[in-house]
Write a protein that binds this ligand. Structure first.
Ligand SMILES: [Zn+2]
Length: 474
């Protein structure tokens, strides 16, 4: 059922388009708006229909998928389709895409010009590259439909609470994102695309996450945004500065896991609601947060399968080893049962917010699972909790630099005592997991974000590669 506010959202979105003939966007808006009210049965029918259509299109237009599905009959179900991985799709890029004029060679050429960020290749496709902070970046194309669905989902599902949306509208929709403001990243590319489309609507700025803090603070203060977005780790750092005096209506983080501690810290600093969402370049907007703090899957546009190492479904309420995603909106570069390394738990319990969609929890997001001799694996979340509990530690970063060696980067109120305490707690924990003879050293470096993407990992393995999908240590 639509209430008055929902009506207004739709009317406003459509009015904003009145002078333009964006039929594709209007169609995406209407479909997405309707999707908000679908029952579970209807969602499952819509998923099946959209999957069938995408697979038909992929088979007809992508030599890669045609070959991959050669033994798949017409009456297939999702589980019959073989999963695909990033190395596989990138190695076969020219055969994966559904437009024979598009090649990796042409994209490489296109991307040499930074002015092409947010502009369309052949007037048809936006080109994105993932940060690839732990390995090779992925190249991802969005066709018009995929762009429009992203915009529609953003318009209708971004805000967890109606009151924040109302305040945001009242304050002129001024949005500041602290991201990498250059390069072919999703946030940067989409934001430039919209700016180029609507040059007179300057309600959005991107502040370079890698700029000096003083400059970021000055730009944010001067713009005075109604919505602040950015990576939680970076916003938490900025929150330490008294000089930052903005009062946004809402803070929306992305790109990394938003922990309860950081959520509280940002709420205290900015005095507003703090929320997150779950997206990636390949799948688009996977899940949006509701007022209950649950991440609801956008099931009408993306299929999310939590699976174990061997791609078997793990079921509801169980932590997965990885996720298979199917982007139902992208026809130029189909991602069908595509492996993501995120670990999630999918819930089917009815949420008190009233939405019918499944919701999920994410573990660790961008952090790595550490691996030791004799096959012991340690999930990042347990280490995160140990280090976060140490009150004297303000920031940390734990890096596995060898089979038996860890390096701890710290910013603490008193450096040495913080390290000794953390080291002891970590060694005790590793011992309990059967990892002995570990060397944990204090780094002379402070914690650092990836110098290119600006994304921060609390826990990672050095020299991890994504070529094999599971990484290796030298
Ligand atoms: Zn909910």
């Amino acid at each position: 059922m639509m209430d008055a506010l929902e009506h207004r959202k739709l009317t406003e979105a459509l009015l904003a388009l009145r002078k333009e003939q964006y039929m594709s966007l209007i169609r995406a808006m209407i479909k997405t708006y309707r999707g908000n009210g679908y029952s579970r049965d209807k969602l499952s029918r819509v998923q099946k229909d959209r999957l069938k259509e995408l697979v038909r299109y992929a088979r007809e237009n992508s030599p890669f998928y045609k070959g991959l599905y050669k033994n798949i009959g017409e009456g297939f179900s999702l589980e019959d389709l073989p999963p695909v991985s990033k190395p596989e799709l990138m190695a076969n890029f020219d055969h994966v895409v559904t437009d024979r004029h598009v090649t990796m060679e042409r994209i490489d050429e296109f991307c040499t010009d930074p002015d092409h960020v947010g502009r369309m290749l052949d007037g048809k496709y936006l080109v994105f590259r993932t940060s690839g902070s732990t390995g090779n970046p992925a190249v991802v194309l969005y066709d018009k439909n995929c762009i429009d669905v992203s915009s529609a989902v953003a318009a209708f599902r971004t805000f967890a609470r109606h009151e924040d949306y109302k305040a945001f509208m009242r304050h002129g929709k001024k949005t500041a994102g602290v991201f990498a403001n250059y390069g072919f990243y999703l946030a940067c590319g989409m934001s430039r695309y919209l700016q180029l489309k609507m040059p007179r609507q300057q309600t959005k700025i991107t502040v370079d996450v890698n700029a000096p803090e003083a400059q970021i603070i000055q730009e944010l203060n001067a713009f005075d945004p109604a919505m602040l977005s950015g990576y939680p780790s970076n916003l938490a750092l900025l929150a330490d500065y008294d000089e930052l005096t903005i009062h946004p209506d809402v803070v929306i983080t992305g790109g990394e896991l938003l922990t309860d501690n950081v959520r509280r810290k940002l709420k205290d600093k900015f005095g507003c609601y703090v929320q997150t969402h779950y997206s990636c370049t390949e799948a688009g907007e996977i899940a949006c947060e509701c007022a209950e703090g649950h991440l609801h899957i956008n099931e009408d546009w993306v299929i999310v399968e939590p699976v174990d190492q061997d791609n078997r479904p793990v079921g509801y309420g169980v932590l997965s080893d990885k996720v298979l995603i199917t982007n139902l909106a992208n026809y130029i570069q189909p991602f069908i049962r595509y492996e993501l390394t995120d670990r999630i738990i999918v819930h089917h319990e009815k949420c008190r917010c009233g939405k019918n969609t499944l919701w999920l929890e994410i573990e660790g997001r961008t952090d790595d699972t550490l691996e030791f001799e004799n096959g012991v694996k340690i999930a990042p979340m347990s280490l995160y909790k140990i280090l976060e509990e140490k009150k004297c530690i303000r920031r940390f970063q734990l890096i596995q630099t060898g089979a038996r060696r860890l390096e701890l980067r710290l910013v603490s109120d008193q450096k040495e005592p913080g390290f000794a305490e953390a080291k002891q707690a970590l060694l005790a924990f590793f011992m309990s997991k059967g990892v002995e003879d570990l060397d944990i050293v204090l780094s002379d470096q402070p914690p650092q974000a990836n110098p290119v993407s600006g994304k921060f990992k609390h826990i990672y393995r050095a020299e991890k590669t994504e070529k094999t999908g599971d990484g290796s240590l030298s």
